[in-house]
Design a protein. Sequence first.
Length: 119
Amino acid sequence: QVQLVESGGGLVQPGGSLRLSCAASGSIFRIGSMRWYRQAPGKERDWVAVITSAGNTNYADSVKGRFTISRDNAKNTVYLQMNSLKPEDTAVYSCNANIHDGDRWGDYWGRGTQVTVSS
């Protein structure tokens, strides 16, 4: 069974920084693309950033230039460095990954971590 577990969320003042982590564990043969999403209260879940297995990245316009996605393949972990945080970045942040468990590819989600940007 494959699991994704996020960590690193919390309360931060506007202009501050946070670094989120998402670690995959379980029966893992290979990890493809890894993504971060976020969902603000009363809103739909939005895509934030993606990093492919080759290390190529892409970002939503709302976070471009402020957030950086990276991965450590040896640790099966994806990170999201968030700088210059704004109140509108407040949301539950979840990671998503395409993972081959040795039998087939699957699409996996973590439970999320709360990020609150407020003074």
